[in-house]
Design a protein around this ligand. Sequence first.
Ligand code: BTN
Length: 319
Amino acid sequence: MDITKLLHLLSDGEFHSGSELGMALGVSRTSVWKSLPLLEKLSILTETVKGKGYRVPGGLDLLDRQKILESVISFVPSSDFDIDVLLSHESTNNYLIDLVKKKELSKYHVCLAERQLGGRGRRGRVWVSPFAKNIYLSLGFSLEVGVDQLSGLSLVIGIAVAQTLEAFGVKDIGLKWPNDVYIEGRKIAGILVELSGEATTVWNVVCGIGLNVSMTRKEGESIDQDWASLEDYVQCGRNEVAAELIKQLIDVVNEFRIAPFEHFMSRWARYDVLLGEDVRVMPGEMYGKVVGVNKLGALLIDNGEVNEVNAGEVSVRRM
Ligand code: BTN
């Protein structure tokens, strides 16, 4: 039984009889009925009414590989990228990290999943990833730049996410160094950049982006900070958002290949929410005022003298 196809048939939120679904899927009515626990396992609520059939109340905004592909290829040549759309995976970053172990990436490789069972955030945190609600996207590629340029990459990916939100008309977008994305002070997206390779050769890069689109308060109740979903601000489908994000990401990475972070500094400054703020850097005991970022993307903190803080495992808190 093709569960993805069944989900697409039910995604309109209308009732469909067992025989109609069975016919479309080339299976018996009993097989359709037997597949319902699988939907439950994906946390999809189904309603069964005698004489009417089955429905998913409210419908589902499912990812559609073909739609995303068609939208992206109007900007990026199809030979430059591949897209995998998964129903469920531990983590889209892990998917690409495993892929990179098997083959070198000669083009951009995108992985999207409807849900993640072990979505990972920065500093060992969990990334809440309910089914068909948000965007969980990873972009894998190889990159030939000096080791000193890599910290800037992480900030550049943040700029791509901010530009994606802007393309949908969202206002008051902020980037909190190194790359948390905010709308009106609430976190809407997080970025996890993971690297393998050697300083002297080519880096294998996996950039993972989690972007909240239509997560309910209940689904996000375990998140321990103020967060937002895109639908609080604008109405847009997940396929449109995914396609725009892919375009923006490929665009900025292509630019970054030929221009160092210095070239992105004015764009970063437009979104920088820490500029002028008094902060504490953790772990450690550094306090001071943020005076911007340097040409390599390190955070500059003034406490009598200007200190450089590099991304990685540090966190910066406003005071
Ligand atoms: C953060 O802590 O702010 C970073 C969150 C990154 C989450 C994304 S979702 C897609 C990709 N797969 C993961 O397991 N993590 C990243």
